[in-house]
Design a protein around this ligand. Structure first.
Ligand code: DGI
Ligand code: FE
Ligand code: FE
Length: 195
């Protein structure tokens, strides 16, 4: 029998081996923040820890690796028009399943959605990982304290805060915006708007 702590340690070593130290430390902080948010929202802390730990597992893989997986697993061919920012979640989840042996669909779904968010039907675990990635203690962007407070009060309000600000930031930089990011924003905007 392996305990959860042992399983986490084994996965942690594998994640560490695939990432620069800075990115690995980010993953550890996301794990910790995900545990905090899971506690606050009465969710499974072990699932949150594991999902937080692995969420950026694929972040530093070469483009060819992602392109191969997109073909091999018949993922949406439109993905090829995007880049690592989008691939590391959507395609990275397949690598996490295949290479780390994580099969829990809730964890894989949280990884898939950690960059773009998802609509209002987004799972509580996916919300936790999405917010932990944004709010982990190493994040210092203007507004991060406000975002942490809002999220402590309401996970949903935090998700909308992040989508609003990320969309505005990407547009301000003149970056293309992945359709799912826009769709996620629209669903939450309708959910929170009175009109
Ligand atoms: O992987 P992280 O840096 O911890 O965080 P992330 O996965 O949330 O975001 C990765 C990058 O992707 C970040 O620079 C913002 C960017 N991003 C998020 N949504 C979109 C996006 N980039 C594009 N082009 N389109 C998006 O919709
Ligand atoms: Fe990421
Ligand atoms: Fe991240």
């Amino acid at each position: 029998m392996t305990t959860f702590a042992e399983e986490l340690k084994t996965i942690e070593e594998k994640v560490k081996a695939h990432l620069s130290d800075g990115r690995f430390q980010h993953c550890l902080r996301v794990k910790d923040y995900a545990i905090k948010l899971a506690k606050e929202n009465h969710l499974d802390e072990e699932q949150a820890a594991l999902a937080g730990l692995v969420h950026d597992y694929a972040k530093e893989r070469p483009a060819e690796d992602f392109l191969k997986v997109i073909d091999q697993f018949d993922l949406d061919p439109d993905l090829k028009n995007w880049n690592r920012s989008i691939w590391h979640g959507v395609v990275g989840a397949v690598m996490i399943r295949e290479e780390l042996g994580i099969n829990d669909p809730a964890i894989l779904d949280a990884v898939v959605n950690h960059t773009t968010g998802d609509g209002v039907a987004m799972s509580p675990l996916a919300k936790v990982v999405f917010m932990a990635d944004y709010l982990e203690t190493g994040r210092t962007f203007p507004g991060v304290e406000e975002a942490r407070k809002i999220t402590d009060q309401s996970l949903d309000a935090g998700v909308f805060y992040q989508l609003k600000h990320t969309l505005a930031f990407l547009a301000d930089q003149g970056n293309p915006i992945y359709p799912k990011t826009v769709a996620s924003y629209n669903e939450w905007a309708r959910h929170f708007s009175s009109k």
